[in-house]
Ligand binder design. Sequence first.
Ligand code: PLP
Length: 396
Amino acid sequence: NITLSKKNLNISASPTLSIDAKTKQMKAEGIDVISFGVGEPDFQTPENIKKAAIAVIEKGSIGYTAAAGLPELKKVICQKLEKENNLSYHPENIIVSNGAKHSLYNIFQAICNPGDEVIIPVPYWVSYPELVKMADGIPVYIECSEENQFKLKKEDLLSVITSKTKAIILNSPSNPTGSLYSKEELEEIAEVAVRNNLIVVSDEIYEKLVYDGQIHISIASLNNEIKERTIVINGMSKGYAMTGWRIGYTASTKEIAKVMGNIQSHATSNPNTVAQYASIEGLKGDQSSVEEMRKAFDERRKYMVNRINAIKDLSCITPKGAFYVMMNISKWIGKEIKGHTIKNSIDFAEILLENAKVAIVPGLAFGADDFMRLSYATSLENIEEGLNRIDDYLNK
Ligand code: PLP
């Protein structure tokens, strides 16, 4: 009789996985499924980045690097943060990891003691609660309404703070909601964080994907006080179409960086050396492909939002960033469609997958059961066809 780790038995598999597994199975059976489930750009990694990687491989200098990242890459990250985010850091503030997810893992391992509370705005990215629990922290949720663009309100934040509150997670632009915090909104949160001695875990992985002339602002850039207690997370996956390369990074105080670096030095050593060199080119080289991808996402975003709002009893607000739309399905909950009663977002997702052959992630995965998350990281043709199928199934 083998007993396993009680803490880790408590970590759930992603609730999106069953839909994902079913989608893959249907595709393998030759069924033509349109997927709105993807969390990655459908573009190729830009040529200049690929070439930089090939050049490193051919040069053959692919040994271990410093565990917390290549000094040259850290320097380039500092230059990027200075130029694009108005943030001044030194290489010792930077830890390069195996994707932003790994950065987040390091963060909670570094900052949490058993019982520490971490505030997570809902809807949240699926991994946040589990990453906190893996570090013996306790997730504390705050519901953020669609009326408030799924953004945190100061009074709600104040109402959950206790003597155990350690940190708050901020994700702007957000997965799954696409919401983007303005400077004024960030200032309010920063003020609460400073006054209550909270760490701000600021996940800025979608910063390159903002629309409607809006700009992404890093909360750390507001003033020195908030910078001292913010851990900025960013990475190459979303903005540079480099999901599989696995490079993410953090910028924080030296003290926090040191603890994260020590953890990483034993857990994984350095992130992939070739991918680190490629990331130098990504951050330093020609940025025009980033803008091309952003424009393509923007066109799809507008189309998707218009189409959803034209379908009877479905609606969505217009996201300002990332590549997701939160579709409000509350009018369908409790209703019957062709003999199936829709009890929740999981039912709705299963019914649409089986009957309309469209895969969508149920909102429950993000703590928001009245919604479904549609990714527009797929072609306009697919978006049109997928929404046609949904409309036809529900309304014809
Ligand atoms: N943070 C958010 C909000 C995400 O959506 C993702 C990926 O889906 C990540 C972090 C992790 O990105 P990666 O580990 O690929 O850098």
